[in-house]
Design a protein around this ligand. Structure first.
Ligand code: IVH
Length: 710
């Protein structure tokens, strides 16, 4: 008979050597999952499974205190402080890509470009198509031909300095060949070949180490090794495909730029093709989809990029994704499995989201054991029941979904799903569903511990206050122990230092690390602050729009409070912004802030407890004014512009983007705050209103001169 593996033996039955081996395994495994959770936001296992690992570790340590390891997970607060990599601010942000899933999406992409650039029918849009490598992006900085800095993407603005490790990636030249610009940042994808991945996992299996789920996770884990020697053993590779800062222009076309990359000594994907039209690019996609299985690296789609670099320049970007590129993703991967139970997750604003708890199944290289069911209408429409066999789908980074039920496999006993009438939190607050809304909500507001937890988690998360080491496990514990309830409490945690030190497994060092991480975040840019508040529908993009418009926390808060007052006085006129009042109208005049978002913001400011929480928080932190990205000094910087009527030389969107690049704010309606109105052909009421208010107006020619295009 085979001896039971140590990991299958109950804690009380473990022999001493087995216990030591188990602690070693658990330390590695937990560190691995911490990294996935904290650094990649891509956990592979459920929270419950993770907690079970930690509990097992703690239990073994309790039985064998002498075996507690120096790198024991019980001594650590999250993964970040351990990562030990310095932060690097990218000179030019690292962008992400918008996705296309269908042929129509790609055609829309081309049509948008056509409109934006006001192209004539006979103007062809050349696209470079290249496989979308499923790895992680990195930026390499060369000065006078020598590699001086290598960084991960991080959140796009700030990444980690992993220079020492990137030097061990084959395909990363240490010195550039030929004549290269004095400053050159080359970006591309670090990945692990499938063959190397398989060999690595075979070795890990022998060593009884946890296996990597897929080449991408494995590449990411390998690049973030503290010991560059380990990275070196892992055989990572690199395809170059973009540039960041460059001391000379990249050239006229992307296709030519790829040539230059090759000359400097980089590897460029040999499959990249110059396509004369979007149709040709779609043919390329079909071809690559057919070859996918035979490639020695994972790809999850094809990237199309506008070849002309002057067009790329004009197209610019929206919300951190270029308008000149798109990722055409391969269809989602699917698998069948059994849905064991439907549980409820409570969001930070009280929305109840039903979650499918599944028998674990591998979908596209990742083990899936939970999937979202969206809301009760979704469940009813598909008649999803506990016990059903379901089809699960996973596409790219999105949360896995249950797409359909295999009715033929339904057990006789399966009963239709009944919506939860009570919040699953310990208070068991009743839930309610507003007419016209898909979501059911917990009515417990601030009192609901689940909402409290989610709000705190959001508050401390990477894109908000980004507090290293304050992950979900700690938040939950601190909350249960009464150490934190509101966001401001996070910044008062130092008052509980004595209590923190008493906590099991916590030493001086871990407490000091956590408190230092909190102190380091007492200053925060306005956009992150707004996002951190967790107002419904106010995601990162909207928070940035608000920050950009109002510039300071004081100005924003005052305007929001006024808008709230105005709305209270005119409860029925919300859709007609001007009638509600000037502050509300101003909020609605911000491009992309519609009625629904404005409504949520104003509602947030209508709740006294939110105002109180904000005030206490502002007593703890300093919010930095929004600093406009180094926009060119121009005659319109700092001004508010409205476009009206038809523009012929550049599309409306390009005009807006151009104005913003020149430092102006573009509004959609004319008000006293407008500085300039650009009047195109057939302009209507806005031009008239500008005249009435005595606001300066100019025609399209004057605008083109101003915008530097003539
Ligand atoms: S271009 C503006 N090209 O996909 C330039 N990205 O979903 C942005 N990726 O963060 C990237 N292969 O990590 C580009 N051939 C390729 C790519 C590629 C993979 C990744 C990259 C990026 C992500 C966006």
């Amino acid at each position: 008979m085979r001896r039971a593996r140590a990991q299958d033996v109950a804690v009380e039955d473990l022999a001493r050597e087995q216990a030591a081996a188990e602690l070693a395994r658990l330390a590695k495994e937990i560190a691995h999952h911490d990294r996935l959770y904290y650094q990649k936001s891509a956990p592979e296992i459920s929270d419950a499974a993770y907690d079970a690992l930690r509990r097992r570790n703690d239990a073994i340590e309790q039985r064998f205190p002498a075996l507690v390891r120096a790198d024991s997970p019980s001594k650590r607060v999250g993964a970040k402080p351990e990562s030990g990599f310095a932060e690097v601010r990218h000179a030019v942000p690292m962008l992400s890509l918008n996705n296309a899933f269908t042929r129509e999406d790609v055609e829309d992409f081309a049509a948008r470009i056509r409109r934006f650039l006001s192209l004539k029918d006979e103007d062809a849009i050349e696209l470079v198509a290249e496989p979308k490598i499923d790895g992680l992006s990195a930026s390499l900085r060369y000065e006078d031909g020598a590699l001086v800095l290598g960084a991960t993407r991080g959140d796009g603005s700030v990444g980690e300095n992993v220079t020492a490790n990137l030097r061990h990636v084959r395909d990363v030249p240490h010195r550039l060949a030929g004549r290269a610009p004095g400053v050159l940042e080359v970006r591309g994808e670090v990945y692990m070949a499938r063959s190397d991945f398989a060999a690595l996992n075979r070795q890990r299996e022998k060593d009884e180490l946890p296996l990597y789920a897929n080449p991408r996770n494995s590449a990411s884990g390998s690049l973030r090794q503290i010991d560059p020697g380990i990275t070196a053993e892992r055989k990572l590779r690199f395809f170059a495909y973009a540039w960041g800062e460059m001391s000379e222009p990249p050239g006229d076309s992307y296709w030519h730029f790829l040539d230059r990359l090759r000359h400097w000594g980089f590897r460029v994907n040999p499959k990249a093709r110059l396509c004369k039209s979007p149709e040709a690019a779609l043919d390329f996609y079909a071809g690559i989809a057919g070859e996918r299985a035979s490639l020695d690296y994972d790809i999850d789609g094809v990237v199309y990029k506008v070849n002309r670099l002057d067009w790329q320049q004009r197209l610019g970007m929206v919300s951190r994704a270029p308008r000149w590129a798109i990722a055409h993703k391969f269809p989602a991967e699917q698998a069948q499995t059994v849905l064991d139970r439907i549980t409820i997750q409570v969001g930070r604003t009280g929305t109840l989201t039903p979650v499918a708890n599944l028998a674990p199944v591998t979908v596209g290289g990742v083990v899936v054991s939970r999937a979202t069911l969206h809301n009760e209408d979704y469940i009813a429409e598909k008649d999803i029941r506990e016990g059903d066999t379901v089809v699960v789908q996973r596409a790219g980074d999105v949360i896995p979904q249950v797409v359909e039920v295999v009715k033929a496999k339904r057990p006789k006993s399966a009963k239709p799903y009944r919506p939860h009438e009570m919040c699953p939190c310990p208070l068991k607050t009743p839930t309610a569903r507003e007419p016209g809304e898909a979501a059911r909500r917990c009515t417990g507001a601030l009192a609901c511990p689940f909402q409290q937890f989610e709000r705190l988690r959001h508050f401390a998360s990477r894109d908000a206050f980004d507090i290293e080491g304050l992950g979900h496990t700690h938040i939950e514990k601190f909350r249960e122990e009464g150490l934190v309830a509101t966001p401001a409490d996070v910044f008062r945690l130092h008052r509980h230092k004595a209590k923190l030190l008493e906590r099991e497994g916590w030493g001086e060092q871990s407490v000091a690390n956590l408190l230092a991480a909190i102190e380091a975040r007492r200053r925060i840019p306005l956009d992150k602050f707004i996002y951190a508040l967790g107002i419904r529908q106010v995601g990162q993009a909207t928070a940035r729009l608000l920050a950009k418009h109002y510039r300071s926390a004081d100005a924003w808060l005052e305007a929001m409070k006024n808008a709230q007052e105005e709305r209270k006085e005119n409860p029925d006129e919300m859709k007609k912004a001007e009638i509600v009042g000037p502050s509300y109208a101003e909020l609605r005049s911000i491009e992309q802030i519609g009625f629904g978002v404005a409504d949520e913001i104003v509602e947030f400011f209508g709740e006294q407890h939110n105002l109180d929480a904000l005030e206490t928080l502002l007593g703890e932190v300093t919010v930095e004014d929004f600093v406009a990205p180094a926009a060119a000094k121009s005659p319109i910087s700092g001004k508010t512009i409205v476009f009206t009527g038809t523009l012929t030389a550049m599309g409306r969107n390009e005009a807006k983007a151009r104005a913003e690049a020149l430092g102006a704010t573009v509004a959609s309606s004319v008000s006293k705050k407008t500085d300039l109105v650009v009047v195109g052909a057939d302009a209507g009421s806005k031009a008239k209103k500008a005249e009435e208010l005595g606001i300066e107006t100019i025609d399209e020619d004057a605008w083109l001169k101003l915008a530097g295009s003539q």
